[in-house]
Each structure stands twice: as C-alpha cells, then as structure tokens.
Write a protein that binds this ligand. Structure first.
Ligand code: HPA
Length: 379
C-alpha cells in the first residue's frame, strides 16, 4: 500500500508538502499541487484517517442519534444532516435510541467512545441522563427538534457542564404559531369544537403545540373544553385510541388537529373504522406534511416543517461550536409553511399551481438565546 513518503518521492516534494496539499493546511503552488495529486492518483494513495486522528485528536465524524428514523420527518432530517456533513468533509455515525432514555444515554457513550467530534441528538422525553453524560464529558452537541431546558434549571434535564462552558446548541421548527394557525383556520370555517390529538408528554414539541392549540382557541374566542385535548403519545396507535375516545363524547368535535404525521395516520384509521368521512363529518388539519399527503382523499391540509433544513442547520451549528467552543449557546427556530389543501373543508382550488401545493418556506428566523431565568441560567 502506497505511503505518503511514496507520494512525496514520486512528486519530487517533501512529505510535509504532500500533507499540506491533502489537508489544505497551507497554500501550495498550483504546479506542485498538481504533481502531488497526480502522484496520489497514480499510486492509489489512500490517507489513513485513523492515523491522522491520533495526531489531530479529531475524527471528522459526527454522531447522529434520532429515534423513529423510518418516520419521513426524521428521514428528511437525516438527509439534511448527511448532505451538510458530507459537504463539510465529515462522516456520520448513526444510532436510533428508540426514544428510550436509557438507550439514548448508552448511545451517547458509544458515540463518544468512538471519538466523534460532536453529536446531533433528538432527545427523548426524559433526557436527564443523556444531558448529564454529554455535559460531564463536554461533548459538543446540538439538540435537534426537541429542546431541552437550559443547564441548572433543576428539573432533571439539567446538563452538568463545567460552569460557564456551554457545550450545546439547539435547533427546532416553530410549533406554537403554526399550530395556532391551524386552529384559527378551522375556527374561521365556523368550527366551535376543535379537538387536538397531542404528542408524548415531556417533549418540548408537545408542550409548544398544545400551547399553540390553546392560543388558537383563545384568539378565536372559543372556550377550551378539556375533553377535546387528548394525548396520542406521538404515535399512530395512540392517536387511533384518542380519536376513538373523542368520537365517543356526547358532543364530539366537528374538527380535529393532529400534532404529528404518525398520529394523522392513526386518526384517519379511527375515522374510517367509525365510518366518519373527512371533511363532511369531521374536518382534519395535521401538523407535518409528507410527500404523499396530497394523495389522500381529501388532500391533507398540513403544516410543513423544514426538515431537511433542520438537519443542515444542526450541522452548521455544530461546526461553528467546534470552531469556537466558548461561544454562547444558541437556539435556532426555523419557520414552517401552511399547506392549504382540502381536508379542512375548503374547496379545491383548481387554479392553484401544483408546485405551491407542497412547498416549504426557506426563510429562517433566528431568536436570541433564552434570557437569564430566575435561577440565573443562560444556555
Ligand atoms: N417532533 C416533531 N415533529 C414530528 C415528530 C417529532 O418527534 N414526529 C413527527 N413529526
């Protein structure tokens, strides 16, 4: 197997010059650069990144831990992470902790032992052990999709990083405003009893979407009926049960909002089983668009999350932290798009161009880090 010394000899340059060309660590004249790359090509030289890692203490790899990778929302996030990492010259190590708090702690340790340069993690609903581990080992981390409370907030999700040394940033899609928008849309169509199939307790996305639901009701002047807010635990079977419970109420909702794509499927299954048609018997709006949402009949009115961009942004945040470890922690929220179709009860708009029927906004809105809380914690 050809070595760097073989390349240097063949190109008539020093080993250091070969290293500078391959690692981009110092400018090299175009002629010399060409000679080195030609020699690499002819000799079939392949750099040994393991050996380089021993010298640089960097592996140019990112650990990615997301649950439910078969869910199109997370699959698209993964594609965004992968493309951005590859472009920056980073490889990925992927793990699925299955939303299990113990498993995610184990996964974090495994990835850390492989010496990934940093991690991107969608934390579970009980991320205390995970954040303790990452904080204790000061692993540069970006939390994705589900936000965690800032270090020191004392609720079991506190990260015990060295005081004053931030180690994490966060990126998620906006949830509250888009959810309120769905409720406002249904209220505008005359619905007075709007049900919500909410996600798993403990997830920030669940909290925010419930808040958005309540905001939307309040803005429309609708009274909140506790019985219309049910948990589908973020999964299809849970939503199927929750929808069945809503339909059994003496005064069931006339419209339904589901808080993620998996729960949309469960709700649709329950509605079909109970012979309810959408939107004639009950209107339906969904959080999460997916590529086949417009193939349902009726076509699903949905909030589209910028999933690929979330993944790409997570990589950029991580690379920025690796370059500048002491920078203040940031929380970035990306906007969603309202995709107006017909399950809400609105008529088909034949003149609407097809491209606009499945579009996501690329605009970004960045918010500053949380202001210091009463406990004096900034993230
Ligand atoms: N978070 C946000 N959006 C989602 C999720 C989730 O866990 N699952 C499906 N859509």
């Amino acid at each position: 197997m050809a070595t760097m010394a073989d390349v240097a000899r063949s190109a008539g340059v020093s080993v250091a010059t070969v290293s500078h060309v391959l690692n981009g660590t110092r400018p090299v004249s175009p002629g010399t650069r060409r000679a080195v790359l030609d020699a690499v090509d002819v000799l079939g030289y392949t750099p040994n990144t393991l050996a380089r890692s021993l010298v640089t203490a960097r592996t140019r790899s990112i650990g990615l831990a997301v649950s439910a990778i078969s869910n199109p929302y997370f699959t698209e996030i993964l594609q965004g992470v992968e493309a951005a990492a590859l472009e920056a010259g980073y490889g990925l190590l992927l793990a699925d902790p299955h939303d299990d708090p113990l498993q995610e702690r184990k996964v974090a340790q495994l990835l850390h032992e492989r010496r990934v340069d940093g991690m991107i993690v969608a934390p579970s609903a009980q991320p205390g052990e995970l954040t303790d581990y990452l904080g204790r080992h000061a692993v540069p981390t970006v939390f994705l999709d589900r936000l965690i409370d800032p270090p020191g907030s004392g609720d079991g999700t506190a990260a015990a990083a060295t005081p004053g040394a931030p180690f994490f940033d966060q990126v998620c899609a906006e949830s509250t405003g888009p959810m309120a928008r769905l409720v406002a849309h249904l209220a505008g169509l005359g619905h007075r009893r709007v049900g919500l199939i909410a996600g798993l307790a403990g997830l920030s996305t669940t909290r925010e979407r419930v808040t958005g639901y309540l905001d939307g009701l309040a803005a429309a002047g609708l009274a909140h009926d506790d019985r219309l807010l049910v948990s589908g635990n973020s999964e299809s079977a849970g939503a199927e049960r929750a929808t069945t419970a809503l339909l059994a109420l003496p005064d069931p909702p006339t419209a339904l909002v589901t808080a993620n794509n998996a729960m949309t499927l469960g709700a649709l299954r329950a509605l079909r089983r109970h012979g309810r048609s959408v939107p004639e018997d009950i209107a339906l709006c969904c959080f999460d668009d997916f590529p086949w949402a417009d193939l349902f009949s009726p076509r699903l009115t949905a909030i589209a999350q910028p999933s690929r961009e979330l993944g790409a942004r997570a990589v950029r945040l991580l690379l920025e932290r690796l370059a500048e470890p002491d920078r203040p922690s940031r929380t970035v929220r990306l906007p969603c798009a309202f995709v107006h179709r017909t399950s809400c009860g609105c008529p088909e708009e034949p003149e609407r161009p097809e491209a606009a029927a499945h579009s996501t906004s690329a605009a970004l809105s960045e918010i500053p880090p949380e202001p210091p809380s009463e406990k004096g914690t900034t993230s």
